[in-house]
Design a protein around this ligand. Structure first.
Ligand code: FA5
Length: 369
């Protein structure tokens, strides 16, 4: 910057020459206009407004002018800088608008595109119905008991009073483990959980045991080689057949509703005495036993009834074998097929649908049965 000089002629200061200032403004406006992005405009701003820009340098020269000349020079430089500043602001707004429009186009979300969401999973309806059965008993104060699927032959048969010659022990019913004399089977029923429970606990006993069981049955409308049962066992003072009927009725009502047709008939199980079988009315032929073409109903085999489960008063021999005095305590037990319960509750026409694993079958039930 030049020093103060009273004889100074502003016209002779090149930086303040109106033509030079006009040229600096024109150059600045050109640089601003040609900035094609906000980043380029930032770089241009340093060149036209920064400390070393022509107009900033001209501004510094004003202080060296005689006082009489400063006002006019100041106005000229100020006006020039204001034009440049206004052009910067306008170009900046323009570039920001362009950028926003571009982002809106580039980042547009197509809300009509099909969603890639995975459908939520759900448990198999057999599991759901088992849970509902368990809940029915738990709500009456019963506890849940468990046993292994690979069971000792002794617990699956002998302890339940199924002697070595009982037909259920034959190879056609039971999956034995190799070698056959290893004493292990895939359990054919949940009844061994009765024995496990009575060996572990003292009466009063009220337990419910759901689980998977295995038999060498062929797959047909009402049978599958792998199925589920739910076992209920009560041992207490003074329990009678009336309590058993009451528990069965409460269970059937809670599970299938008031109008369900069931019947009990005398039966035989070595571990209960007396024993009963509970059947429900066939939901395909509605008890008629015949199909539409006049033949016998394939679902119930023509009887009009489908077996739901067995039951009875716990055999005194079984109580004694488990260390429970039958003179003091009595007990009742029942074991029901869960797939059959699902058939009855939801009118499922055959066992195939339940075991084939087609997700369309399960989807009909959702998360609750
Ligand atoms: C028993 O398994 C006895 N443990 C039940 C029991 C428990 C009796 C407690 C007395 C006291 P059963 O073999 O009848 O009984 O089988 C019980 C139920 O399992 C049958 O009524 C039926 O609903 C179901 N079930 C039997 N076999 C199959 C199969 N292959 N597929 C599907 N469900 C079956």
């Amino acid at each position: 910057m030049s020093g103060p000089n009273t004889n100074y002629d502003p016209v002779e200061v090149a930086a303040l020459d109106p033509a030079v200032i006009e040229a600096a403004v024109a150059e600045a406006l050109g640089a601003i206009e040609s900035a094609a992005s906000i980043e380029e405009l930032k770089a241009a701003r340093i060149g036209v407004q920064g400390e070393r820009s022509p107009l900033a340098l001209a501004n510094r020269e004003i202080g060296a002018l005689p006082p009489s000349a400063r006002a006019e020079a100041g106005k000229r430089v100020g006006a020039a800088r204001a034009r440049v500043a206004a052009a910067l602001t306008a170009r900046e707004a323009e570039l920001e608008r362009e950028r926003d429009e571009r982002i809106l186009v580039e980042e547009r979300a197509d809300v009509t595109l099909p969603a890639l969401r995975r459908p939520p999973g759900a448990r198999h309806p057999v599991e759901l119905v088992a849970q509902r059965l368990v809940d029915t008993f738990v709500s009456m104060g019963w506890e849940v008991a468990e046993g292994p699927e690979l069971e000792s032959e002794w617990l699956n048969f002998d302890a339940l009073n199924l002697g070595p010659d009982h037909p259920a022990r034959q190879m056609q019913d039971t999956f034995f483990l190799d070698p056959v004399d290893c004493g292990l089977v895939l359990r054919t029923q949940t009844s061994p959980v009765q024995i496990r429970t009575m060996l572990e606990r003292q009466p009063p006993i009220y337990v419910v045991a759901p689980g998977k069981v295995y038999r060498t049955d062929d797959l047909d409308a009402t049978h599958t080689p792998v199925f589920h049962q739910i076992e209920c066992l009560a041992v207490d003072r003074g329990l009678t057949m009336a309590h058993l009927r009451g528990a069965l009725d409460a269970f059937v009502r809670a599970m299938f509703g008031e109008g369900t047709r069931t019947r009990v008939r005398a039966s035989y199980f070595p571990f209960t005495e007396p024993s009963m079988e509970t059947d429900f009315g066939c939901f395909v032929c509605h008890g008629a036993g015949t199909s539409g073409d006049g033949g016998s109903c394939r679902t119930c085999g023509g009887s009009g009834w489908i077996e739901l489960g067995g039951s009875g008063m716990v055999n005194r021999k079984v109580l004694r074998a488990c260390g429970i005095d039958p003179e003091v305590y009595s007990g009742f037990a029942f074991g029901l097929g869960i797939e059959r319960a699902l058939m009855l509750r939801h009118g499922v026409q055959g066992m195939h649908e339940m075991v084939e694993g087609d997700v369309r079958f399960s989807q009909q039930f959702g998360r609750e049965v």
